[in-house]
Design a protein around this ligand. Structure first.
Ligand code: AMP
Length: 289
């Protein structure tokens, strides 16, 4: 795979803080890429951005139990630290923070972060408690590894917005970068969960990115009625054989509030189940461009 040395792996907060102190002492700009592992090219794009603009790059790998609801895929979520470390070796990552559950959530842990308002709809509605878990773990990671910049993917647009707003609201001294979604050649957004899809399901799943591309094309050609654009997304997914859509909506890109007309920057958000796999994707829409 690569002959480059693997990143240093640390599993405890104390070790992580030690490395942060070393970075500080060397006056290095530190970037953090939080992940749940099972790395793919989407994660690696974040890593590349980090290693390009920071002098030190830390990647965290932690499958966070508190952001999974009952009946979700926490137990079977793919975990392969050895493979992840090989991938990161090829990307000049300095160190990986891979704590075990008991390190992040000590016995008796009971404090959870109340997420900002933009967490209330969409994923927040479909997955009660999800964003409490996300905000809590991300804030804990920001404390464990006080970086100058943290990298998140547009693939999880609402998550990026939730974290950016949390950082603003709580006055954290940290830049939150948003990195464009990496897709397979056929348009499917890369996701650790794509590996659950059968061949037929994967074909159907393309309906999601097709629906989003369709809406972007219609906006480019001047369409601005949200009801009609949304109906178009639903039609494209139905035609692709997707029968279970959690949401397909076009909303204000900052507040995630409803819009009748595209008269400001907006985002199209989709969550759909293909077989037993739940997929999400989105597309930013800039009217008049
Ligand atoms: P996860 O491991 O799924 O929690 O994702 C870790 C980070 O990688 C999050 O900020 C995701 O938004 C980002 N990410 C996941 N998939 C992609 C993708 N296809 N393109 C860009 N970023 C991604």
């Amino acid at each position: 795979m690569t002959n480059q040395p693997r990143p240093t792996v640390v599993t405890s907060m104390v070790e992580a803080r030690g490395l942060v102190h070393q970075c500080r002492a060397a006056n290095k700009r530190l970037g953090l890429v939080p992940t749940m592992g099972a790395l793919h090219d989407g994660h690696l794009r974040l890593v590349r951005e980090c290693t390009t603009s920071c002098e030190a790059c830390a990647v965290s790998i932690f499958v966070n139990p508190t952001q999974f609801g009952p009946g979700e895929d926490f137990e079977r979520y793919p975990r392969n630290l050895e493979h992840d470390l090989d991938l990161l070796a090829a990307h000049q990552v300095d160190w990986v923070f891979a704590p075990w559950d008991g390190e992040m959530y000590r016995k008796g842990h009971s404090t959870m972060v109340q997420p900002p308002k933009v967490a209330s709809r969409f994923e927040g509605e479909c997955r009660p408690g999800h964003f409490e878990g996300v905000c809590t773990i991300v804030l804990k990671l920001f404390h464990a590894i006080p970086a100058q910049v943290a990298y998140f993917g547009q693939k999880d647009y609402q998550q990026w917005l939730v974290i950016r707003n949390m950082v603003r609201d709580l006055n954290l001294d940290l830049e939150i970068a948003r990195i464009a979604t990496v897709r397979d050649e056929d348009g499917l957004a890369l996701s650790s969960r794509n590996r659950y899809l059968s061949e037929d399901e994967r074909r159907s799943a393309l309906g999601i990115s097709q629906a989003l591309r369709g809406v972007a094309d219609r906006v480019l050609s001047g369409e601005s009625q949200v009801a009609s654009l949304t109906a178009g997304m639903q039609r494209t997914m139905r035609d692709a054989g997707i029968t279970h859509v959690d949401y397909a909506a076009i909303v204000d890109a900052e507040s995630l509030d409803d819009l009748d007309e595209l008269d400001r920057p907006a985002v199209a958000l989709i969550a759909a189940r293909v077989g037993a796999t739940r997929l999400i994707d989105n597309q930013l829409l800039h009217p008049g461009r």
